[in-house]
Design a protein around this ligand. Structure first.
Ligand SMILES: *Cc1c(COP(=O)(O)O)cnc(C)c1O
Length: 379
């Protein structure tokens, strides 16, 4: 069997103990065995979400938890604001449009960071009470300042997509007053795909409208979770895995995880720049989740990714929508270390050379190690 390397920003590699937990015998979801795991995972989710609020856990991909927000918070024709600066912002727009909301979009160029005061003014001008945005838009590598966005939108309900950022970069749900946070199991939480979560505090639950989703009905799911008696059959094995993964994350500590992501971002940027490539994602420490890189002159990024996968067993992520073929993305979310980054940049260097690109050879890996070792501010 050929060795495979997964360097994508989701799904991400999973520690062996997490995989092993998923291979335990199936337990019944209404039995005492599962209730113990369920209670543990829900408590650990609150710790990672940095909230006292209920974190509702769904068997779904991250998009399921995203869709649960307009389904529970809005009625048709309700006016909402969506801040979009990448493909996941476009997803909020598509979801809200499918729910027949009166959608007011604030669009930025892909790769730009939203300006919080501009968002605040636009929300006031439109008179919206609900705002959807991304923390990390994984399509570009941009991490937005959701603390400042919340401040700027005041008492409008802010719904933040933190699917790729939760556990990778600081997100203080309660301290920053973020009303609703959405995440998923398969990114920085180091678990397999298949689970989605949403934190919903009492003051938001008090405002829900009759749910337009049966499965994702927040009140039904909260009532069931309160009794540790899931509303529907959950993915028990994946929940076991997530419980172990969250335990590893909390044991290491969130500050250590954030510091590692920041250093891995630095290492990746230093590596790709050292071989002469141009970054698409920001060239600063905010870009700690995923690094997006422009393909060099004459090289199609998708062809590079095919070559990496077929020739070397290395999987990176492509550009999405209009960035298809133009950029590629290296994830450093979750269970990544400096050797993964060294392997990723070495593989890019080798493949580009094999494809005939004119790049600097031999500089990327030392540059990555050097940047990783540099002390971080306050460390
Ligand atoms: C991965 C991701 C999602 C969810 O995608 P699913 O495929 O539904 O799990 C949503 N938002 C962002 C920013 C993501 O990175």
């Amino acid at each position: 069997m050929e060795k495979r390397y997964l360097f994508t920003p989701g799904p991400t590699p999973v520690p062996p103990a997490v995989l092993a937990a998923g291979a335990e015998p199936i337990v019944h979801h209404r039995g005492a065995d599962f209730r113990e795991i369920y209670a543990s995972v829900l408590g650990q989710l609150q710790a990672v979400f940095r909230t006292e609020a209920d974190v509702l856990l769904f068997t779904a991909s991250g998009t399921g938890a995203m869709e649960s927000a307009p389904a529970n918070l809005c009625a048709p024709d309700d006016r909402v604001t969506v801040v979009s600066h990448g493909s996941f912002g476009e997803r909020w727009l598509a979801i809200c449009e499918q729910h027949r909301l009166d959608v007011h979009a604030i669009r930025y160029e892909w790769g730009e960071r939203p300006d919080p005061s501009e968002v605040g003014s636009a929300v006031r001008a439109a008179g919206t009470r609900i705002v959807f945005c991304q923390h990390s838009d994984t399509s570009t590598g941009v991490v937005s300042d959701v603390e400042a966005i919340k401040e700027a939108v005041g008492d409008a309900t802010l719904v933040v997509d933190a699917v790729s950022s939760l556990g990778a970069v600081p997100l203080e749900t309660d301290a920053w007053g973020i009303d609703v946070v959405v995440s998923g199991s398969q990114k920085a939480l180091m678990a397999p795909p298949g689970l989605a979560m949403v934190s919903v505090p009492e003051h938001v639950l008090a405002k829900v409208k009759p749910s337009r989703s049966f499965y994702f009905d927040w009140l039904r799911n909260k009532k069931a979770q309160d009794a540790l008696d899931a509303a529907f059959t959950p993915a028990v094995s994946t929940i076991r895995s997530l419980d172990v993964a969250l335990g590893l994350l909390l044991e290491q500590g969130l500050p250590a995880a954030f510091d590692r992501h920041l250093r891995l971002g630095r290492a990746t940027r230093a590596g790709v720049k050292a071989m002469g490539l141009e970054l698409f994602s920001p060239d600063d420490d905010t870009a700690a989740v995923v690094t997006a890189v422009r393909a060099p002159e004459g090289i199609d990024a998708d062809e590079l990714l095919r070559h990496l996968r077929d020739r070397h067993g290395v999987t990176l992520a492509p550009g999405q929508q209009h960035l298809k073929g133009k950029i590629f993305r290296i994830g450093h979310i979750g269970w990544f270390d400096i050797f993964d980054i060294a392997s990723a940049v070495a593989a890019v260097e080798l493949s580009l050379t094999e494809l005939g690109a004119d790049i600097e050879r031999g500089a990327a890996v030392p540059a990555a190690f050097e940047a990783f070792e540099r002390p971080t501010v306050g460390a």
